[in-house]
Design a protein. Structure first.
Length: 517
C-alpha cells in the first residue's frame, strides 16, 4: 500500500520549532526515545505477554481439556480453530491498521481476545470451546500482527534487533511461566482458570494501550476509510484459508486422505489462496498485500524460511507436552516443567540474533547458522523414546531451541531490508500471515501424524517420530543459502509513528527541567 507521509501529517509535524528547545541543549537524535516511546513500548510488551501465555498454556493442558469435555478426535480443533482464525484475520487487520490507525484496531483485538477467553473458560462442551477459541484467535492474531507493525513504526530496521530483544525476553518469560501455570490449574484447580486468567490481563493491556500507546491515526471520514478496505480480497483469503485447514484437519482422522471430504476443501482452499495472490496483483486501488514487495530474492527467501520455521517450531511447542504426558506418563504440571528448556532457550537466542545483527550489520550468517543448528536439533529429537533419559530430552531441547530461536528472529531482516519503508506494514502483515498459516499446517499435520500412528500402535512405539520435521527444516537452510546482504535502512514511515504533539510536549518539559538546574 503506497502512501506518503504528507498525506496524513500537517506541514508543521515534520519539523520541531527551535524555540521549544533549550538553546544550550543539542538537537535530539533522529529517532528520539523519550517517555512517549517507552510508554508505547510498554503497552506492546504487555500485549506480547498476553498472547504468549495463552499459546503455551493451552498446549500443556490439551489432554486434560479433551478428557473433561469428552472431545475425542475433536481435540485437534482446540489448537486449529485458534490458529485458523488468527491466520485468516491477519491480512484484514493489516489493512484496518493502515486505514483506521494502529491504536483502535489493537483495542478491538484485545476486546475480541477477552470475549473469547471468557467464553472458553465457561465452555460446557467441545463445540462451545472451539467456537470461543475461534473468537480468541481473531483477537490474538490481530494482537500479534499489530505488535510487529507498531514496532516497525517506532524503530528503524537497522536498530530493531535490540528492541526486538525486549519482545523476545517477554516471550521467553511468558513461555516459561505459561506451561507451569496451566499445569497448576489443571492439576490443582481447573483448566478453565487458564482462560479466566486472561480477563484481568486483557484489562491491563487495554488500559495501557488506551492511555499510553501514543501513535498517529490517519484522518478521514468513516465512509472514506471503509471504502479503502479490500473486502473482496479479504473474503477470498479467509475462505481459502478456512477450507484448506478444514481439509487438513479431517485428513487421516475423520476421513481418509483420498476421500472427497478431504481433497475437495483442501484443493479448493489452495486454489482460492492462489486466486487471492492473482487478485491482489491485478486489483485496482489499494490491495491488502502489495505483492510488489516480493520482487527481491531476499524477501522471497525470508518468507520461505519463515514458513518452514512456523511448521517445525509449532509442532515442537504443541506436541512435546503430549510426548511427556503420553510416553513418559507425567502429569500436566510435570510436563510443563519438562518443556522449560525449550521455553527458556528459544527467546534468548532470538535476542542474541537481534543484537548481533545490530552490532555487525549483517544477517545472512545468523540465518545459515540458525538453520544448521535447527536441523541437527530436530534430528536428535527424533531419537527420543519412552525410556530416554532426562539428560537426553533436556539436551536435545536446548539444541533444537537454540537454532529455532535464531531463525525466529533472523528471517525478518532479509524480508524488510529490500522493501521501501512505505511498504513495511503490508510486508509485515504478510510475514505474520506466512508464519501463522504455516503454524496452522504444523499443528494440523502433527496431529494427523499423531492420530494416524495411534490408530495402529501404542504410544511407546511411535514417540520416536516426534517431533518430526528434520526433512522440512532442510528447506529452511536452502532458503538461507539464497540470501545476500542488503543494507538495512534507518528511516521510519512517520505516517503512523509517535504522536508529534506528545513528543514536543516531552521536549518542552525536558527543556524547562534543564533550565531550572
Amino acid at each position: 500500500m503506497e502512501t506518503t507521509t504528507s498525506s496524513f501529517l500537517p506541514s508543521s509535524s515534520t519539523s520541531r520549532p527551535s524555540s521549544l528547545l533549550n538553546p544550550s541543549k543539542p538537537l535530539p537524535s533522529k529517532n528520539p526515545k523519550g517517555s512517549a516511546f517507552w510508554l508505547s513500548f510498554l503497552a506492546l510488551i504487555t500485549c506480547t505477554l498476553l498472547s504468549v501465555l495463552d499459546l503455551t498454556g493451552v498446549a500443556t493442558v490439551l489432554p486434560t481439556i479433551t478428557a473433561d469435555l469428552n472431545g475425542g478426535d475433536d481435540f485437534v480443533w482446540i489448537g486449529s480453530a485458534y490458529a485458523l482464525a488468527s491466520t485468516a484475520i491477519l491480512p484484514l487487520t493489516g489493512g484496518l491498521a493502515d486505514v483506521f490507525g494502529r491504536k483502535p484496531v489493537m483495542l478491538g483485538c484485545i476486546v475480541l481476545f477477552c470475549a473469547g477467553s471468557a467464553v472458553s473458560g465457561a465452555a460446557g462442551s467441545m463445540g462451545v470451546l472451539i467456537g470461543a477459541r475461534t473468537i480468541q484467535g481473531l483477537g490474538g492474531g490481530g494482537i500479534t500482527n499489530l505488535i510487529s507493525i507498531i514496532v516497525s513504526d517506532l524503530v528503524p530496521l537497522s536498530e530493531r534487533g535490540a528492541y526486538q530483544g525486549f519482545i523476545s525476553l517477554t516471550y521467553s518469560f511468558a513461555a516459561g511461566i505459561g506451561p507451569p501455570l496451566a499445569g497448576v490449574f489443571a492439576q490443582k484447580a481447573s483448566w478453565r482458570w487458564l482462560f479466566y486468567m486472561n480477563l484481568p490481563l486483557t484489562g491491563i493491556a487495554f488500559i495501557l494501550v488506551f492511555f499510553f500507546l501514543r501513535v498517529r491515526t490517519p484522518p478521514g471520514t468513516m465512509r472514506e476509510k471503509f471504502s479503502r478496505i479490500d473486502w473482496s480480497g479479504n473474503l477470498i483469503i479467509v475462505a481459502g484459508t478456512t477450507l484448506a485447514v478444514l481439509g487438513l484437519t479431517w485428513a487421516g482422522t475423520r476421513y481418509p486422505w483420498s476421500s472427497a471430504h478431504v481433497l475437495a476443501p483442501l484443493l479448493i482452499g489452495l486454489l482460492l489462496i492462489i486466486a487471492f495472490g492473482v487478485y491482489e496483483v491485478c486489483v485496482p486501488g489499494e490491495p491488502t498485500i502489495p505483492f510488489k514487495v516480493l520482487v527481491h530474492r531476499n524477501t522471497i527467501a525470508g518468507y520461505v524460511g519463515t514458513a518452514v520455521h512456523g511448521v517445525v517450531s509449532i509442532s515442537a511447542i504443541y506436541y512435546l507436552p503430549v510426548y511427556f504426558q503420553g510416553a513418559l506418563a507425567t502429569s500436566p504440571l510435570r510436563a510443563s516443567v519438562e518443556i522449560l528448556p525449550m521455553s527458556l532457550v528459544m527467546a534468548p537466542f532470538g535476542l542474541f540474533c537481534g543484537i548481533s545483527v545490530k552490532k555487525f550489520n549483517k544477517y545472512v550468517p545468523q540465518n545459515i547458522v540458525g538453520w544448521v543448528v535447527t536441523i541437527i536439533g530436530f534430528g536428535v529429537m527424533s531419537l527420543l523414546k519412552a525410556d530416554s533419559s532426562e539428560g537426553r530430552w533436556v539436551g536435545y531441547q536446548v539444541l533444537m531451541s537454540a537454532g529455532a530461536g535464531v531463525v525466529w528472529a533472523g528471517t525478518i531482516f532479509p524480508i524488510l531490508a529490500p522493501v521501501p519503508v512505505a511498504h513495511t506494514a503490508p510486508a509485515l502483515a504478510f510475514y505474520t500471515f506466512t508464519r501463522s498459516f504455516a503454524q496452522t499446517w504444523g499443528i494440523t499435520l502433527s496431529a494427523t501424524i499423531l492420530q494416524n500412528r495411534l490408530a495402529h500402535t501404542l504410544p511407546a512405539s511411535f514417540v520416536s517420530l516426534f517431533p518430526d520435521g528434520a526433512e522440512i527444516a532442510v528447506l529452511g537452510l536452502v532458503s538461507a543459502l539464497w540470501l545476500k546482504e542488503v543494507p538495512m535502512g534507518d528511516r521510519l514511515d512517520e505516517t503512523y509513528g509517535l504522536d508529534v504533539k506528545t513528543e514536543v510536549e516531552a521536549v518542552q518539559i525536558e527543556g524547562k527541567e534543564l533550565s531550572s538546574v
